[in-house]
Design a protein around this ligand. Structure first.
Ligand code: SF4
Ligand code: SF4
Length: 324
């Protein structure tokens, strides 16, 4: 896979500094039951990296010590980590809000038959990828049969109370474009998703988040192989809005990899750019027991325009309404 970092590193981006951590985003490993074209972590069934019980213990200790209100669990398919359920249970026992970045098809994987019930019992918020409401587009991006498997999973989650009116079980969907373009307006697309998924399949959900594709990993390599990398970076840079800088996720979130190394965000994790302490040393999860990184500079470069272009992108979707 062609690495995009040499090109991204040369592109300047405005300086950013951290605020207090309100979300600990934990990547528990790169194993996944899918191998999507746009995957920014290049996850797949053959990846073996997984967070062990020792690092999970440190994650829980940091949540408690720093009083971090939200744990955002990602992967790969995070549910495939053998410690996933223990992590969720222990965080919920501390009243931490837990989010699971779920690919939906994982609910069909043998051994995960009771996953929906488990997540509902623990009141875990589900953030699920659903790149389109049309079968061909989803299957092209995420693999054959993924669209219908995703619909089945959404219907099962709805039956458990996820995403339906009057329930406090939260089910959010994530959209990203098929190719090198900016996402459309989040509010308009959410309305279309709600109408079409509701009318055709009886599916309900809370919110749709729109995210731009990051020019890194598998998607970055495709851009390079199609000679579209520079064009996509120009598109992102031309659409940059300074007012989005305040809301980018790295200001309030810190990302942990399966080994316990810290990064300013999941994208920097994939670019192998660890967060640095005041002495220039890469930070580890254990450092958060004694050190507050608030005020530390964030490692920015050309890929960061993926977060500030147009409506902006964060793990909670667009940062502002679409421009008129
Ligand atoms: S489901 Fe998510 S983690 Fe898995 S390959 Fe697709 S994008 Fe990557
Ligand atoms: S990619 Fe986005 S979240 Fe990550 S450091 Fe850059 S601006 Fe922050």
């Amino acid at each position: 896979m062609r690495d995009t970092w040499p090109q991204l590193a040369k592109i300047p981006f405005p300086a950013l500094a951290r605020r207090r951590i309100t979300t600990l985003q934990v990547n528990v490993g790169y194993r996944c039951n899918q191998s999507c074209v746009h995957c920014h972590v290049a996850a797949g069934p053959h990846r073996t990296e997984q967070m062990g019980a020792d690092v999970i213990d440190l994650v829980l200790a940091v949540l408690e010590r720093r009083r971090i209100p939200t744990l955002d669990i990602t992967g790969g398919a995070p549910e495939l980590n053998p410690h996933f359920r223990a992590l969720v249970r222990r965080a919920r026992a501390m009243s931490v809000r837990v989010m699971d970045r779920c690919n939906l098809t994982i609910l069909d994987v043998p051994g995960q038959e009771d996953l929906g019930e488990f997540l509902a019992r623990e009141q875990v918020e589900i953030t699920a990828s659903m790149p389109c409401y049309l079968e061909d587009n989803v299957d092209q991006q995420r693999g054959k049969g993924v669209f219908h498997a995703s619909l089945r999973a959404l219907q099962r989650l709805n039956a458990l109370g996820y995403g339906v009116a009057g329930s406090d079980l939260v089910l959010n969907l994530v959209y990203n474009p098929q190719g090198p373009s900016l996402p459309p307006g989040q509010a308009e697309l959410e309305a279309d998703y709600k109408r079409i998924l509701g009318e055709r399949y009886g599916i309900a959900f809370n919110h749709l988040y729109t995210l731009a594709n990051m020019p890194i990993q598998r998607f970055g390599a495709i851009l390079i192989s199609k000679h579209a990398f520079d064009r996509y970076l120009t598109l992102l840079r031309d659409a940059h809005r300074d007012e989005n800088l305040d809301g980018v996720m790295c200001r309030d979130l810190i990302s942990v990899d399966w080994r316990g190394l810290l990064y300013d965000c999941d994208f920097n994790q994939m670019l192998d750019l660890p967060a640095l302490g005041a002495d220039g040393r890469p930070l580890q999860i254990s450092d958060l027991l004694n050190t507050d990184p608030a005020g530390n500079p964030i490692r920015v470069a050309g890929h960061c325009y993926g977060c500030t272009a147009g409506q902006g992108s964060s793990c909670g979707g667009a940062l502002r309404e679409a421009a008129e």
